[in-house]
Design a protein around this ligand. Sequence first.
Ligand code: BG6
Length: 474
Amino acid sequence: MPPHLFVLFGATGDLAALKLFPALFHLSADTDAPFVVLGVGRSDWDDGHLQQAATEALVEAGTDEAEATAWAEKTLRYARTTSYGELEPVFERAAEIEADAGTEGNRVYYLALPPSAFPDAIRSLGTHEAERQATEGAGWGRLVIEKPFGHDAASARELNDIVHEHFAEDAVYRIDHYLGKETVQNLLVFRFANAIFESIWNREQVERVEITVSEPNDAEGRAGYFDGVGTLRDMIQNHLTQLFTLVAMEPPARLDADGIRTEKIKVLRSTRTARPDETVLGQYGAGTVGGEEKEAYRDHEGVAKDSETETFAAVRLHVDNWRWTGVPFVLRTGKRMPARRTEIAVVFRTPPVRLFYRSGEPGMAPAPNRLLIRLQPDEGFHLAFEVKSPGDGFGTTTQELDFCYEDAFGRLPDAYETLLRDVAKGDPTLFVHADEAEQAWRLYEPLLDRGEIEVHPYASGTWGPDAADRLAEA
Ligand code: BG6
């Protein structure tokens, strides 16, 4: 990793504590290069306060306390700002640090901010960078933007315009942390290094694809963000759409940022915009998750009693291209589900002539072959196929071939660790391009203002509204 100063806007927030400090800690452990983190926030904190908060976050994530404290004291500094349009105190502190830290003037500006603060922050950083870059040997400056990137296609375009007024696209890293997950990147290897799968990856052989992210966690404690956003914007437009494009894309001409993004954008362009009558939304009511009684979404602090914000969404998409015409892709995600599961199920067509029956159910056809790609937890693959049930004539039973990532390779690095390392190296392959962000919004535009779409209630601890099951059946 090259030496650099990591300027973290939103250093006092949840994302910093949960994901960024642990990732920065692991990154530092892997390098001897000078590396300093300058946390920025509006809270009246000082270096000691930030170091303390980060130490607590690291200990919570399993790091030894003495190690966490030593790292925080050595690496973390803090600058307060009262306005993201006025960042002089931040730039002064950055210059002071750089005078003797050996970071060679290289800077990452990481925006983990509420979206309303993006325009001001980007403009101030852009103006400052333009001045800085005019000085010889200034080092590089890269901008990292957390989601949500806009709230619809028009706002994403406006934000892209502001970004491009100040930064070249190759200095901009839009984060979708799903792209940093090893298992998500492995989709490319799985598809394009294994010719046996690639040759059946099309409408001739595949009946449908189901992409599911179920989460037992909820929106409690982050209603301020979530209630104005909902699951379509929080999960479907970004994380699930990224998985969808990686499953549906054509082989890239080259394995670099351009090659991959070009193919992903082509998938998005070939996909029909989603339709309200092929969408099911839901909101969790009270119920039991993991043996614990939970209150309804509308009872969370900060959520209106009549809130119609969706905590579950299922959307059926159609790709109009030679490979996929006629194959539905069902994207489905919800909070307060019975278990945490991120998986892609590719369901294959049944044989054209039915010779056999499901064991014990003579009227039923054998199950179709199914490839389950599990992205978390228990990362791995399961290929389900039919075998003859011994002693039951030509009755069949489903069996699986399994591969488990952890058994083969041990602990996988966290997504943020991978992505922050890539920003430092200047590799944009796993980041979202400006066009991609806009195209992904376009897909869901007819759903965003909600209009007539009903929000079905579902009990906490269940798999969501029944209506959603029909999307996969149709
Ligand atoms: C975040 C969403 O981007 O991703 C959260 O804002 C969601 O609502 C989270 O819980 C899921 O990420 P992961 O890595 O835990 O699957």
